[in-house]
Write a protein that binds this ligand. Structure first.
Ligand code: FAD
Length: 288
């Protein structure tokens, strides 16, 4: 590997909002990764959990390593602006700006991620990432409309885009080429999802329009009662996909960790990323 590879780890807040285990897991990931991104709940209680988690991580001194996800739907512009200003005052410098999946835009909301990105750019001081979809967003009208939409997010001030998870490298490469052809030259960071269970993966993929290729089905078929093998195969699959992406010039991976910290660190280590802290994490220290 000739270029330096960076990794960002995505986690979700625990049910309690935060916990010692969660905080210590994030600390471990933060020592290895470029950033730890924290998802933002789609509903009121989910959002409260995310905000509790972020506040706890800020209190632990991790503000500079957090990438806080923020979804625009079902929240007024005023609420969003206040939250973003609060995060900025607390030292958070990265935001993943998203529309979210509310049933419909109801009131005084930012209607899409581009509008949210513009508002965050006006507040200033944030490195803003947005979402993109190599295999298409389920609700998007056409490939061209989706590319225009992504361009609007960059025009509004986004610095990079993180992809929805995918397993077909060719789809990612084609999408990256399409972005370049459309005049988007900012990083298109591949988002990789280790597989926790084949059934869960199919459910998740159906909801967000991602494809599950036949070779992946075949690899994980019949392992419902063998979680250890699923785990080992999942790490190996993610490392192999990462290696192929790196061979294609990718220098930054976003890992949807599902809070499986040990697996995330194993994947990072296999890519030569050990960070400042080569802590060995035991299973009971998982963030979930
Ligand atoms: P936009 O950029 O505004 O839209 C994306 C595309 O979908 C565009 O082509 C747009 O035209 C089309 N589109 C979106 N919604 C509609 C609609 N209702 N009708 C018609 N067209 C539509 N969700 C969370 O709740 N919390 C998170 O923390 C979170 N993190 C994510 C992180 C990443 C990296 C990714 C890829 C997704 C994440 N999501 C999260 C899911 C995201 O909120 C959904 O994919 C959502 O449907 C679109 O968000 P967006 O920011 O891409 O929206």
């Amino acid at each position: 590997m000739s270029h330096r590879i960076r990794i960002g780890f995505e986690v979700f807040p625990p049910k309690s909002g935060s916990s010692e285990t969660f905080e210590s897991s994030v600390a471990t990931l933060a020592a290895v990764g470029d950033y730890v991104s924290v998802t933002y709940g789609a509903s009121g209680s989910g959002r409260e959990r995310s905000e509790t988690a972020i506040n706890a991580l800020v209190a632990q001194g991790h503000a500079n390593k957090i990438a806080a996800h923020l979804t625009a739907s079902s929240q007024s512009k005023d609420q969003i602006d206040r939250l973003a200003r609060d995060w900025k005052a607390k030292g958070i410098r990265r935001i993943v700006a998203l529309r979210g999946d509310a049933p419909a835009v109801t009131g005084d909301e930012y209607p899409c991620a581009a509008a949210l990105t513009e508002a965050l750019s006006q507040i200033g001081g944030f490195n803003i990432a947005v979402a993109c979809y190599p295999e298409g967003h389920p609700k998007s009208a056409s490939k061209a409309a989706e590319m225009d939409h992504l361009k609007r997010k960059f025009d509004a001030g986004a610095r990079e885009a993180i992809t929805q998870f995918f397993f077909n490298i060719e789809d990612y490469l084609r999408f990256r080429d399409d972005c370049r052809a459309a005049g988007i030259h900012q990083p298109i960071i591949p988002g990789l999802l280790p597989i926790a269970s084949l059934e869960g993966l199919h459910r998740f993929a159906a909801g967000c329009g991602a494809k599950v290729p036949g070779w992946l089905d075949a690899r994980f078929a019949g392992l419902e009662d063998d979680p250890d093998t699923v785990r080992t195969l999942s790490v190996a699959t993610t490392v192999s996909l990462s290696d192929r992406l790196i061979a294609e010039g990718v220098d930054h991976i976003h890992l949807y960790t599902l809070n499986r910290v040990r697996d995330a660190l194993t994947i990072a280590r296999a890519l030569g990323i050990t960070g400042t802290d080569t802590a060995v994490i035991t299973q009971k220290e998982e963030a979930a």
